[in-house]
Design a protein around this ligand. Structure first.
Ligand code: ZN
Ligand code: ZN
Length: 217
């Protein structure tokens, strides 16, 4: 059975997720840990559950989602998986990290490219990769069909959507991608977003002010 553990890290209040199952194999998605206490918190959880981390995944590569990439790669000796269209986003982090106060940011490089529609497998678990661009060009979400859970990054939030004013962002692309990709998932699907609390596809289909039935925009 898939288990999902969330942490909220760094000043951007970014949600970091650890997914694991009964085999104790685990993947870490969007490690935003920056301070030592945050890295310790993540690692202590891994130790306490006796997990074996086998993969590092990024939904996309804005700074708040990649601050802990180097730590995770080194600590668990795992590869980083990212959609190719976000490689430029990852590379640019180095140029602005110190402007945001992250002097200790350690750049990382992508080891494997994620492709739209592919499966990501660990333990007894299979995640499906959906490409949902607009907030970032190579933004993907990870969907676990059996449990009806989706790790959504900065696409769809409770009552909101990801901002599109950053380089590579495009508002209409994001609206279209949410409607065609994420809203194709069952209504009861739980979305674990990059910021804020969980929501469901059904709730956002109705109430979301950007993409819901009562959208104002
Ligand atoms: Zn983002
Ligand atoms: Zn974010």
């Amino acid at each position: 059975m898939l288990e999902i553990k969330s942490f909220t890290f760094n000043p951007f209040q970014e949600n970091t997720y650890v997914l694991y199952d009964e085999t104790k194999e685990a993947v870490i998605i969007d490690p935003g840990c920056y301070e030592k206490e945050e890295k310790d918190m993540l690692h202590n959880f891994i130790l306490s559950k006796d997990l074996k981390v086998v993969m590092l995944l990024n939904t996309h590569c804005h700074i708040d989602h990649v601050l802990g990439n180097a730590f995770v790669k080194r600590k668990y000796n795992v590869d980083l998986y990212v959609h190719a269209d976000d490689e430029v986003v990852l590379k640019s982090v180095e140029s602005y990290a110190s402007n945001y106060g992250f002097q200790q940011y350690e750049p990382t490089s992508i080891d494997e490219y994620l492709k739209e529609g592919q499966d990501v497998k660990f333990g007894n678990t299979t995640l499906q990769v959906l490409w949902v661009p607009g907030h970032a060009p190579g933004h993907v979400v990870f969907y676990h069909k059996e449990s009806g859970n989706c790790i959504g990054g900065d696409t769809l939030f409770e009552g909101s959507i990801g901002r599109t004013d950053l380089p590579g962002g495009d508002h209409h692309t994001l609206l279209h991608a949410i409607k065609t990709q994420m809203f194709a998932l069952p209504d009861e699907t739980v979305v674990y977003p990059g910021h804020g609390p969980e929501t469901t596809i059904g709730q956002e289909k109705i109430h979301n002010p950007f993409v819901g039935e009562r959208a104002r925009f």
